[in-house]
Design a protein around this ligand. Structure first.
Ligand code: FCB
Length: 458
């Protein structure tokens, strides 16, 4: 640690920072499976994460989302919490298995939950960013092949249709998918996430169907809720190499191609990058005529999630091996803290994609081993992390990138997928034994900044 100790105890952006602009949206993000709990209530069907987390060894300490932050029962308190932190926007996700039965019929109780939640957020003046798919595929669809089955893309469009008819007017911005890279790669390539398949060829096919589902959903969202913004959320990562050879440099390029261009090229250039098949020969997905045009439907915004940089070297063949750098700052996840990566990737995309839509940073944040002491949580490392990443966003804006807002991941500590409850990403601490929420120091600092910004005359 210790980069700039002044940054760790304050949140005071310089006077010329984009953060002072009242139209630069600041908010917090969560996702359904990570906070809701109540997995068996009111007709909710099992999702792939219920199945996966029940398998011993898949999630740290055997944790599951069965209770999580009990947000399904405590949502009113949580809305007050978000509002009390002076946030301007809240990014949440809808659990597909809560709102539709296996025959595709609506589940009124599940839909009512989201309607009331969104109405309550709106009544408090918060902007609502709603993700349709944050990884909780209904298990009955996985039983038919999940995202490897082309039919799932059409089922997803039906779900998007139902939601946008039911909730039109309550959503400021829809996102179809959260991080299709993780759904495809960790779900079907590495097997680290549900449904736990490990074959890159499956991952490429799953990605194609995820993106097809996105494109089909964009069409129905436009029709049903024309006034809202519509887009997708992609995770991006910086690649680098400490190796000195041309093969090492190519390895770092290939790392970024699979991490970033695999998702962004189909969306913004109507094609998959060739480097992908250099890296993983023989994995070309089945693509039907017209698919790429559906996938590349114009978007109102692009959501970007950024967390870290990865160092690689050539594996001696056509791929790369990850080699963790020594002596760098890391988070509780083990991820390198590298704010410049966010700035440089944003500037790079602006040069690479002529049709790059306006950007919202839909996730950025850090995990730390936080504990409540004397009623408070001093998460200095998080404040430092947020300060430096917000400075990187400001630099990207000054370099001409159209970034319109930033969401902290996350509102509160929650179920961090394969890492369960041990990794704490919240700006609000959650005591899982009592469900008590305690705003951490970072939350208080952001809250005070937002009050100051709101009251400023300009
Ligand atoms: C992202 C996910 C989000 C959260 C953060 C830490 O990949 O979208 O749900 O787990 O990582």
């Amino acid at each position: 640690m210790g980069q700039d100790s002044a940054l760790t105890t304050a949140f005071a952006p310089p006077a010329d920072s984009v953060l002072w602009r009242k139209d630069f949206l600041l908010g917090v993000a969560t996702a359904a499976y990570q906070i809701e709990g109540a997995t068996g209530e009111d007709g909710r069907l099992p999702s792939i994460w219920d199945t996966f987390s029940a398998i011993p060894g898949k999630v740290l300490h055997g944790d599951t989302g069965a209770v999580a932050c009990d947000h399904y029962h405590r949502w009113q308190q949580d809305v007050d919490l978000i509002h009390g932190l002076n946030m301007e926007a809240y990014r949440l996700s809808i659990a597909w298995p809560r709102v539709m039965d296996a025959a595709g019929n609506p589940n009124p109780k599940g839909i009512a939950f989201y309607r009331e939640l969104l109405q309550s957020l709106r009544a408090k003046g918060l902007k609502t960013f709603v993700t349709l798919y944050h990884w909780d595929l209904p298990q009955h669809l996985e039983d038919k092949g999940g995202w490897v089955n082309r039919d799932t893309a059409y089922r997803f469009a039906e779900y998007a249709d139902l939601m946008s008819r039911e909730l039109a007017g309550l959503v400021d911005a829809w996102s179809t998918l959260n991080e299709p890279w993780c759904s495809a790669m960790h779900g079907y390539g590495t097997g680290h996430h549900a449904p736990g398949k490990a074959d890159n060829k499956l991952a490429l096919q799953a990605m194609h169907h995820l993106l097809l589902g996105h494109g089909l959903a964009m069409q129905v969202l436009r029709r049903n809720d024309p006034a809202s913004l519509k887009g997708i959320v992609a995770n991006i990562g910086r690649g680098t190499t400490d190796g000195g050879t041309a093969a090492d440099r190519r390895a770092a390029e290939l790392f970024e191609i699979q991490q970033n261009n695999w998702v962004l090229d189909p969306l913004l250039k109507q094609s998959y990058p060739q480097g992908l098949f250099e890296l993983w020969p023989g994995t070309e997905p089945v693509v039907e005529e017209g698919d790429m045009a559906v996938i590349a439907a114009p978007m109102d915004y692009l959501g970007i999630n950024y967390y870290f940089r990865t160092n690689v070297r050539s594996d001696g063949a056509h791929g790369y091996t990850e080699i963790p750098l020594d002596g760098v700052e890391r988070t509780q996840m083990g991820w390198e803290v590298f704010p410049d990566g966010l700035r440089d990737l944003l500037i790079g995309f602006r040069g690479e994609y002529a049709n790059l839509p306006p950007i919202y940073i839909t996730e950025n944040g850090t995990a730390s081993d936080d504990a409540v002491q004397d009623g408070a949580v001093n998460d200095a490392q998080r404040m430092s992390f947020l300060n430096r990443h917000l400075a990187a966003v400001d630099q990207a804006v000054k370099a001409g990138v159209d970034v319109r807002g930033y969401f902290i991941w996350s509102l509160m500590d929650n179920f961090e997928w394969a890492f369960g409850y041990e990794r704490r990403f919240g700006i609000v601490h959650v005591d899982y034994a009592t469900q008590k929420r305690t705003p951490k120091r970072s939350a208080e600092l952001v809250r005070d900044f937002l009050a100051k910004r709101r009251n400023r005359q300009d």
